[in-house]
Design a binder for this molecule. Sequence first.
Ligand code: GCO
Ligand code: MN
Ligand code: MN
Length: 386
Amino acid sequence: MYEPRPEHKFSFGLWTVGNMGRDPFGEPVRGAKTPVELVHLLAEVGAWGVNFHDNDLVPIDATWAEREKIVADFKNALDETGIVVPMATTNLFTDPAFRDGAFTANDPAIRAYAIQKTMRAIDLGVELGATTYVFWGGREGVESDASKDVVEALRWFREGLDFLGAYVKDQGYDLEFALESKPNEPRADIYLATTGNMLAFISTLEHGDIVGVNPEVAHEHMAGLNFMHQVAQAWEMGKLFHIDLNDQWPGRYDQDLRFGSVSLKQAFWLVKFLEDVGYDRPRHFDAHAYRTADYEDVKAFARGCMRTYLMLEEKAEQFRNDQEIKELLSQITADDGTYAFWRGGYTADKAAQLKSHEFDRVALGGRAQPYERLDQLVVDLLLGAR
Ligand code: GCO
Ligand code: MN
Ligand code: MN
């Protein structure tokens, strides 16, 4: 039970299970593993996919010959294990060149370099089978608003994405972009801070048809938002192209904790939502193990992410089939058709009819809404008391 299977599309980044436990106050605590070793680790724990930043796989200063050797070894590991590459992305934040951002850097040479690096990284991702390309603008922001013009920066960002969208189409690549927001860290403020900002921004892009979002639990929780609501809006707009699952205490630094390890109830609503709507894209865990973990514990971390998802999926199924919950829900959402007359679009007649209708406002304000009872049933269910 709760065994991950390929149809669950559970994926991890090389940077997640390969995280060596470095933090701003401490050196790495786990030795480096090669990408090939990490693919085998992921196969061992039952994952389906592996994602990478260009430089997780190919060092930034590798020669072409070195790149070719690394890619060949990596492909072999994929073939041996059956692990696939659903998503790839660019590291536009580690190198000092990107200390003021990439697509929004004030320096035009950096902006051009960022585009070049991304085109090469897109080629690499596509070569390995990726069909989703994530943009996380970790340094697209500021410490001081004296340093950058926000409107100009957004235009640069748009210019970059429009160029790259055209590049993808020009190459004939089967690739979609997924934009990932984060309110802060490593910059004091990052532009396009939430998924909502990204969704609005996408509607201004020239190639917005191939651009969606990659919402991350931790990032929306850092902003104090309800993650599932962000995801739901993206879904409703047809823009939920990818998802980064992890966990996060609100009001803290970006913790990247094991999925479901902090906010179980929110995780439940999220899983329930994804399963209810039939989300069929990768379920990517962008998290890493505690700094106290050794690689055995890293495997426990990875298994835990997937197991929790599957347990919550079972709970969602239980929710759907719970007789008492079903009855309460049908009571709450009951509609006898009395007020169907104004719906289905405006007409002058409907407006006149609605304007003259007599409502019993006092009775409306007194109707039963047993949400306490309903929510407690959910708590009982989650705690195994149902
Ligand atoms: C973070 C981000 C990253 C991105 C990754 C892929 O807070 O560090 O979540 O992990 O998801 O760079 O774009
Ligand atoms: Mn993150
Ligand atoms: Mn992420």
